[in-house]
Design a protein around this ligand. Structure first.
Ligand code: AMP
Length: 618
């Protein structure tokens, strides 16, 4: 392997190699780089288009097809065509259940607290794997267009993404064979694209208004000494240009005296009308009247009517802006710049509404679909050390985290995080009545702790005995400006607390750091695969534990045959657990869940009716 030197101050590599910026979007994704003229530029590989639909289709052989080609299967083979996977990244079924109707593919709902999985073809996929497929396609296109290997990237995420969603995005990058140099907030990237924040002496407060096809968010950022701080975010992850299209469609159906339910039966007609509605909306961004015909349906719309149709939706976005300002404790006059992101900000009515609210003209010179990827490319260039004019903050060169089930590394402070910093996460117990919890602190980039460097270990003792999953243990990492890490564990229900201090850099030579980073890159893909197997195993083992406990405790509510069959499903899952095959384990876990689900409901009903006995209902 070629020797690459690493800048310890930034944790980044110093070789002349292109680092790309990637906007991994809900609807579309794209990739950008800094061209030889030192300007950010989006990649259009072989004229296939800049925007790559974030859609993955699995054919009969479980092979993934990504982009426009996959999009064509949305109508013909919806159950094997995965769209909007970003909505599922790092989320549990509980998080997405409310909106499950929008997904045409099968989301596994066995355990509402575990991360979701998707069933397509005869396999189970995690959103990480699916996003990994999209990133693989972006990487391939970038390599083809730039005629050079692309191994490193900066990937953007919404400012409101939590730790688990950010980690999932990182993992997806690893699966695609990318070293993810940094996860950057989309509004931060958009600001960088406009050159805001590049001058360290600049101090500004900005609002980034992002209205895409299916999501809306607004972020208030404060830039000071080259540091971007998100003061507040607000929005609605189920509001966007698609709603405008739907409003137009319904208007046309009404004008043509057509029954929505009846037309909905005809999938192809619906699809054609929806596309026509989108075309009308786009046309009305530059003209005053749209007039077309689909069969004998008149598709006419003037600008004024269109604006009336969308006004309540746009008003909703403005309310979100008000709320974001309120949360940031600011008023409109405090905002120095307003930036527009997302295809739907091309609608003049939207632009005007934003201008009216903030009382200033928003920045809209850069293509709103491309601005985030362009900014990510600039951030990548900064990390590559190519912009000496930009202040580089003191960052931690290796990730810090703790050991979780199956010997996995759970990163709490990611490598390249600026110091001082603090971060935390909540954990729980996996066994009923567990009173101690061992907390092992590690440093490094590998997914298995045994490949990383152990920094410390301590026991949180005296957790009151409770059923598994009930205790809430907060683990907080605080890394101060001198590089000293304080780890604190506290059980919230009882207040039991324990704390230690560590110096992570102690005894670490530059060579060791370099070796640890290079190892992590070399093993990235196999690490993530191993991580997913371990997660499937832990889930499976937990399910065996719960199911065995359940049939013991609630035997009186089950028939003998039911118990026997449950036992045979448990045995099948145990056999699967011994195989070390992720898909087999997930399949058997799913089978056991499907079979036992009605029993849980039965026990619940019995419990409710017992509770009701003797109680008077007024
Ligand atoms: P994004 O998710 O940022 O790619 O935004 C996609 C949304 O922008 C879709 O709802 C598009 O219909 C919408 N869009 C694209 N071009 C225009 C345009 N010229 N006028 C209005 N909306 C547009």
């Amino acid at each position: 392997m070629a020797k690459i030197s690493i800048n310890l101050a930034t944790g980044s590599f110093q070789k002349e190699e292109i680092i790309v910026g990637i906007d991994l979007g809900t609807t579309n994704s794209l990739v950008a780089f800094i061209n030889p003229d030192k300007n950010p530029q989006v990649i259009n590989d072989a004229g296939k288009g800049i925007l790559i639909p974030s859609v993955v289709y699995f054919n009969g052989q479980n092979e993934a097809v990504v982009g426009n080609e996959a999009k064509e299967y949305l109508t013909t083979d919806p159950s094997n065509t995965i769209f909007s996977v970003k909505r599922l990244l790092g989320r549990s079924y509980k998080d997405v259940a409310e909106h499950k109707d929008i997904f045409s593919y099968k989301i596994i709902d066995d355990d509402s607290d575990a991360l979701v999985k998707i069933h397509a073809g005869d396999r189970f996929y995690t959103p990480i794997e699916l996003s990994g497929e999209i990133l693989k396609e972006l990487k391939a296109r970038a390599e083809h267009a730039l005629k050079t290997p692309v191994n490193r990237a900066v990937i953007t995420v919404p400012a409101y993404f939590n730790d688990s969603q950010r980690q999932a995005t990182r993992d997806a990058g690893k699966l695609a064979g990318l070293d993810v140099m940094r996860i950057v907030n989309e509004p931060t990237a958009a600001s960088l694209a406009y050159g805001i924040g590049l001058d360290p002496s600049q101090q500004k407060t900005i609002a980034v208004y992002d209205l895409g096809g299916g999501t809306f968010d607004v972020s208030i950022l404060q830039i000071q000494n080259g540091i971007f701080e998100v003061l507040a975010t607000n929005g609605n992850t189920y509001l966007g240009g698609d709603d405008f299209d739907r409003a137009i469609l319904n208007y046309w159906l009404e004008k043509n005296n057509l029954d929505v339910a009846e037309v909905a039966q005809n999938n192809i007609l619906m699809q054609t009308l929806r596309l026509q509605a989108e075309a009308a909306k786009k046309a009305l961004s530059t003209q005053n009247l749209y007039n077309e015909q689909v069969g004998d349906i008149w598709c006419t719309l003037d600008k004024q009517t269109f604006e009336a149709l969308i006004s309540s939706k746009v008003e909703e976005t403005i309310t979100a802006c008000k709320n974001a300002l309120k949360d940031a404790d600011l008023s409109v006059s405090d905002i120095d710049e307003v930036i527009l992101v997302g295809g739907s900000t091309r609608t003049p009515y939207v632009k005007q509404a934003v201008e009216n609210f903030f009382g200033k003209k928003p920045q809209d010179n850069i293509n709103p679909d491309e601005v985030v990827a362009l900014g990510a490319a600039i951030q990548a260039d900064v990390l590559a050390g190519n912009r000496s004019d930009i202040l580089l903050l003191d960052v931690t060169p290796l990730s810090l985290g703790i050991e979780t089930m199956g010997g996995l590394m759970d990163v709490i402070i990611a490598r390249n995080s600026k110091v001082p910093t603090k971060a935390g996460r909540q954990y729980t117990t996996s066994i009923d009545g567990q009173v101690n919890m061992k907390i092992s602190v590690y440093q490094g980039e590998r997914d298995l702790v045994r490949e990383n460097r152990k920094l410390a270990e301590f026991d949180l003792k005296g957790i009151p005995a409770m059923p598994a999953g009930l205790p809430k243990v907060d683990i907080n990492f605080l890394l101060n400006a001198d590089g000293i890490l304080t780890v604190q564990a506290i059980e919230l229900r009882s207040g039991v607390k324990q704390e230690i201090e560590i110096t992570p850099s102690y005894g670490l030579s530059d060579d060791t750091v370099e070796k640890m980073l290079l190892d992590s890159i070399e093993h990235a893909k196999s690490d993530v695969e191993q991580r997913m197997l371990i997660e499937a195993r832990s889930e499976g083992e937990q399910l065996v534990y719960t199911a065995e406990g359940f049939i013991k405790k609630h035997a009186e509510h089950l028939t003998e045959a039911e118990i026997a069959e449950t036992v045979s499903y448990i045995e099948a899952l145990k056999t699967a657990l011994a195989t070390h095959e992720k898909d087999t384990i997930l399949k058997k876990a799913d089978d056991l869940n499907e079979f036992t689900r009605p029993f849980a409901e039965r026990v619940m009903d019995a419990a409710i009716s017992t509770a009701m006995k003797g109680k008077k209902i007024e």
